[in-house]
Design a protein around this ligand. Structure first.
Ligand code: MTE
Ligand code: MO
Length: 389
């Protein structure tokens, strides 16, 4: 039984399956900017490798000519400069259940809004390790197109070589999460952290890196994490016809809804901030875009999209990118937002949508982006809010 040595999980996680473990972060924990480690969502395709001793772990780097260079985690810590970045990981299946409910059945785990979490990750830059191993990161051989990651249990994925060697790409090999050693569920003792890309590329229990002219041949690269047209069924997709998901589209969700009576509104200070005196509804949530794109605006509608107002973006608490320069601060992490709306304005479902700094927007409904795998479900999130409870 390969699952025998899987770690114990926090009881507050919402479990979709136990073997392998697939558990989402509960809404009550999605309001904290940095997700507590034990509440960080877990998405495992297989078992957790039985590694308890970081010293016995090896990372092998295979160069394009087949030459291999080996590192222990201690070597990485000793030889390379250490970086910390705050980055959000989002599963490509986040909000899949919303697509299913609004449209048609999809295959895969039926995640709600919690297949997403944020941590501050610490490790070394992939670019520096590749350069040390012998790759010419300034001017790599033209045939080199991809960088493959292999996990100890057999999972694998790849990213474009440009992302891997981009000095502003911030791809790290991390050994620590929120200042603690990586927990076993999140890749102990070493994982790839590919900020701005779908979390499926951040390979856990990393033991091999391959510089290549080809993508990873794993099913998670060549099949599962792709989107097809709404008309394409699950029976005979032409898998090679669609590219693997890398950077992710703009996303947002509502994670908390609270009714606040007028007198309590005054006590809480919300009346002063929002200029409201009447019974109100407080909504909170997150917004996130891939590719390091910043969230520039979050719009909410109290009346199913007829009228709109802007939510207040909460402080950006992210640690800087690896370059360390504030001017070059890519948005690798989510923005949280809050809105306070008079109860009388509510009619029908509340909606939220976000806009990123390329002015990408979310589709209003799921039908146009329906895909049988239920990937990248990012239509407006709509919730029914009762006026008085
Ligand atoms: N890496 C390995 N080795 N095995 C896996 O099953 N799952 C991937 C990615 N890396 C996976 C992996 C997927 S699909 C996601 S969404 C993220 O890890 C989840 O990371 P987390 O469990 O730390 O939240
Ligand atoms: Mo995922």
């Amino acid at each position: 039984d390969p699952f025998k040595s899987d770690p114990k999980r926090d009881a507050a996680l919402i479990q979709h399956s136990t073997r392998p473990c697939n558990s989402e972060t509960p809404e009550s924990e999605l309001g904290s900017y940095i997700t507590p480690i034990e509440k960080f969502y877990v998405r495992n395709h297989l078992w957790v490798p039985d590694v308890h001793d970081a010293d016995s772990h090896r990372l092998t780097v295979e160069l394009y000519d087949g030459e291999e260079v080996e590192y222990t985690v201690a070597d990485l810590r000793k030889k390379f400069k250490e970086y910390s970045i705050t980055a959000t990981l989002q599963c490509s299946g986040n909000r899949r259940s919303h697509m299913t409910q609004a449209s048609r059945p999809t295959t895969g785990l039926q995640w709600g809004v919690g297949a997403i979490s944020t941590a501050t990750w610490t490790g070394v830059r992939l670019r520096d390790v590749l350069a040390d191993a012998g790759l010419d990161v300034q001017d790599p051989d033209e045939d080199i197109k991809h960088l493959k990651f292999v996990g100890a249990e057999a999972y694998g994925a790849s990213i474009p070589i440009d992302k891997a060697i981009d000095r502003h790409g911030d791809v790290l090999l991390v050994y620590s999460m929120n200042g603690q050693p990586l927990p076993r569920d999140h890749g102990f003792p070493l994982r790839a952290l590919v900020p701005g890309h779908v979390a499926a590329r951040s390979v856990k229990w990393l033991n091999k890196i391959v510089v290549s002219d080809e993508e990873s041949s794993s099913q998670w690269q060549r099949r599962d994490y792709k989107c097809f047209g709404p008309n394409v069924g699950a029976s005979h997709p032409d898998w090679d016809a669609a590219p693997a998901i890398q950077e992710t589209p703009v996303q947002s969700a509502i994670t908390a809804v609270r009714q606040v009576k007028a007198d309590r509104l005054k006590d809480s200070g919300l009346a002063r901030v929002y200029g409201l005196e009447e019974d109100s509804v407080v909504l909170e949530g997150y917004a996130f875009a891939g590719g390091g794109r910043h969230i520039v605006r979050v719009d909410i509608s109290p009346d199913r999209g007829r009228t709109w107002m802007q939510a207040q973006l909460q402080e950006d608490g992210a640690k800087m990118g690896a370059s360390g320069s504030p001017d070059d601060h890519r948005a690798w992490a989510w923005r949280q937002w809050r809105a306070v709306v008079p109860a009388t304005q509510i009619s029908g479902k509340f909606c939220v949508k976000a806009t990123d700094d390329s002015y990408n927007v979310q589709p209003d409904t799921f039908e146009p982006t329906y895909n049988f795998r239920g990937n990248l479900a990012n239509a407006w999130h709509r919730v029914l809010v009762s006026r008085d409870d």
